[in-house]
Write a protein that binds this ligand. Structure first.
Ligand code: ADP
Ligand code: MG
Length: 406
């Protein structure tokens, strides 16, 4: 991520801070001009000095202490203005918006502190005017006390809503920012991993070659040959993981073509039938028309080999996997239904994440490849599954054309 410069914000901060200091100082000197060096003038000036110092040091020391100090000193200034000059009601208006200062600091605790203390102080003061003062010191305020109270409370509620909205927006932006960072990280680690995977493939091929060479040695005792077979199996697993992974990482070079769904699916079934027959699992295809979609034949096969292989692997001995193709609006929908082990809600959430597999020899890359292919050709893929009952995978692609007979 690029570094962000805060210069324009800094400039605005200093303009506002200096303007506030000048105006507050001017205000206190008007008091001196009109009434001489009274206690009111001295208190007024003292608060102005404290706020000015805080405003000057804040950009250099943006810690919790200066934040709270500013959020306490500024309200004190407005409360003092209201008490010193009871015939001017403008400070009251500003008092209503005091928690707004805390919103500028984007600090939740500070905002609640400011909001609650403002409500407690102002309502206590109103109670004091109502019961004790009774208009002697604050006649204008006393006259419409309940009106001011309602207005004040309405302002606090409004500020709370503004804060809640801003907080939600900031949280959304934070999440978005994290997502971008995560994507960036995945992209670079993905590229790195692809380079490493590619480098591992070569030594594996060499080792496999030598093992095959020694395996044929007739003088080798059987128990050693058994070890060689184990080694070959493990290397084969490693190769599968690598080629699955590389097919995800490498950029696609073949051109997009129009794939006819029916013959392509029959082809996939032929590939998988021997695999399914081992466990006497039937694969049934239900397709009437000839639909075509835009994809490469290689990726189409890769997609359905992965999905059907999963369905077969999930099915129980003697089970059936049904593949149903039909047109839904402007899309070709292909359903792959099995009555196998199914998945729990938690498992459903995790499918498609790299290396997530519940199988002893699984790579956990199959569905990730599927999701990639489907997304690439504007398709959709949805999983409906219930533990112990089976799974229904629904894949849909935009329909290109339909030829009724063949
Ligand atoms: P792999 O097949 O190598 O385990 P996949 O990405 O193809 O990797 O699948 C990930 C996991 O999703 C599987 O290990 C399995 O637990 C679950 N899964 C996928 N398809 C099905 C299905 N049809 N029925 C039940 N579980 C499934
Ligand atoms: Mg799989």
């Amino acid at each position: 991520m690029k570094n962000q410069t805060h210069l324009p914000n800094k400039k605005i901060y200093w303009i506002i801070a200096i303007a506030s200091i000048v105006l507050m100082t001017l205000g206190s000197f008007i008091e001196l001009w009109e009434n001489g060096p009274t206690a009111t003038f001295i208190t007024h000036l003292l608060i102005v000095v404290v706020i000015s110092i805080l405003l000057i040091i804040y950009p250099k020391k943006k810690n919790i202490f200066t934040k709270y100090a500013l959020n306490i000193a500024m309200p004190i200034y407005f409360y003092a203005m209201f008490i010193f000059y009871p015939f001017t009601l403008s400070p009251l208006l500003i008092i209503c918006f005091i928690p707004g200062i805390a919103i500028l600091f984007y600090n939740q605790r500070l905002f609640y502190f400011s909001l609650i203390s403002n409500v407690v102080i102002v309502l206590s003061f109103m109670l004091y005017v109502f019961l004790v003062d009774q208009g002697a010191g604050f006649p204008i305020f006393y006259k419409d006390l309940h009106g001011y109270a309602i207005n004040f409370l309405a302002c606090q509620v409004m500020l709370y809503f503004i804060f809640a909205l801003i907080k939600k927006k900031i949280e959304e932006q934070k999440q978005y920012y994290q997502q971008i960072q995560e994507d960036e990280r995945l992209k670079t680690t993905g590229q790195l991993a692809a380079a490493v995977a590619h480098e591992i493939r070569n030594p594996i091929t060499v080792v496999k070659g030598f093992i095959q060479l020694h395996e044929t040695d007739k003088q080798l005792p059987d128990h050693i040959k058994k070890h060689y077979k184990l080694m070959m199996d493990e290397l084969y697993t490693a190769e599968t993981v690598i080629s699955d992974f590389l097919s995800l990482a490498k950029p696609e070079v073949s051109e997009v073509e129009t794939v006819e769904v029916k013959p392509a699916l029959y082809n996939v079934m032929d590939l998988l039938n021997t695999y399914a027959h081992i466990d006497t699992i039937q694969i049934e295809l239900d397709i009437e028309d000839y639909y075509s979609i835009q994809c490469t034949l290689m990726e189409f096969k890769q997609l359905f080999v992965n999905l059907l292989k999963n369905a077969v692997e999930a099915s129980k001995h003697g089970g059936t996997v049904r593949v149903k193709v039909r047109k839904v609006n402007d899309r070709v929908q292909i359903d792959i239904v099995d009555q196998g082990v199914g998945m729990t809600k938690e498992q459903l959430k995790r499918i498609g994440t790299p290396f997530y597999s519940l199988k002893a020899k699984g790579t956990g890359l199959g569905l990730m490849i599927c999701f990639n292919i489907v997304q690439k050709y504007n398709g959709t893929i949805n999983f409906f599954s219930e533990e112990g009952k089976g799974t229904n995978v629904t894949v849909a692609f935009p329909l290109i054309k339909k030829t009724t007979s063949r």
